[in-house]
Design a binder for this molecule. Structure first.
Ligand code: ZN
Ligand code: ZN
Length: 275
């Protein structure tokens, strides 16, 4: 009997991101921008070691999503790292040691074609963000038949384009950015050009934009299919979990939705969500 599929946010925010996804005997990460010891500790909770990690899917080239610590982890454990082909070139230039992954055949492209690793099939789709190269969301299909589950992840995006919405529909779990409260952002004392970048169409999703995106995703999915929403990449200075959840709750009540909504944290892993 295969183990139940789950998602487990290990860290989320501008200081580092990693989402552990398990299905059957397969474990993958979406992004690995956190210290090695935190990756090792999270796998140990599962009774697993670094070599039990089967792949890392990297959304984009910003350092909070893949870092040199992850290079060492993946090299030592022989874990393949998948990213958009053009992002592999950027990562080779910006992440110390990444060329060693390339030489070991562990840096692999994921673009238009689906990639299957054990019980997980990943499909990438583009989202608008201002990172060098391109930024991708991932739709992961876990398991097969009646036990099949889907997870769609997009953590850094300035807006949700209409052509990205279908990748989220009917996903068992949606992991979506809810980066900032606009009032807190504009009163943060940050330079205006930085604020405009964050709030712009290629920056980060506000709480309100995230809530509107979730409303559209849930509203266009079959009733009851989307069961879990994880709000991701909350700004430490310009957001609070209760504000992000409140923005979602307002629309959810109006829609009469029954979806469980969580906010992922920067410093603490969890929740671990069985799917
Ligand atoms: Zn980020
Ligand atoms: Zn980013």
């Amino acid at each position: 009997m295969p183990a139940q599929a789950y998602i487990y946010p290990l860290a989320s925010g501008s200081l580092g991101n990693a989402l552990l996804v398990g299905a059957g005997g397969t474990r993958v990460l979406v992004d690995a921008g956190i210290p090695r010891r935190r990756l090792t500790a999270a796998l140990a909770e599962d009774g697993a070691g670094p070599a039990d990690l089967d792949a890392v899917f990297v959304t984009h080239t910003h350092g909070d999503h893949f870092c040199s610590a992850a290079v060492g982890f993946c090299l030592a454990a022989n874990v393949p790292v998948y990213a958009a082909a053009e992002n592999l070139d950027h990562l080779a230039r910006s992440v110390t040691g990444f060329v060693k992954l390339e030489r070991a055949g562990l840096a692999r492209p994921i673009d238009g074609e689906a990639v299957t690793v054990g019980d997980v099939t990943a499909e990438a789709f583009p989202v608008p963000h201002d990172s060098p190269g391109t930024c991708q969301g991932f739709r992961l299909t876990l398991g097969r038949g009646r036990a099949r589950r889907t997870v769609t992840v997009a953590t850094d995006l300035g807006h949700l384009p209409a052509d990205a919405v279908p990748h989220f529909l009917d996903a068992t779990a949606v992991v979506l950015e809810s980066n900032h409260d606009p009032d807190l952002l504009w009163s943060s004392g940050r330079p205006v050009d930085l604020i405009e970048r964050i709030a712009g169409p290629n920056g980060h999703l506000s709480n309100e934009a995230s809530a509107e995106a979730v409303a559209e995703i849930v509203g266009r999915s079959h009733p009851g299919r989307v069961r879990h929403i994880v709000l991701a990449h909350l700004s430490r200075d310009c957001n609070r979990p209760e504000l992000a959840l409140e923005a979602q709750g307002f629309l959810a009540r109006r829609q009469g939705r029954t979806v469980r909504i969580f906010a992922a944290g920067q410093y603490h892993a969890g929740p671990r969500i069985p799917l």
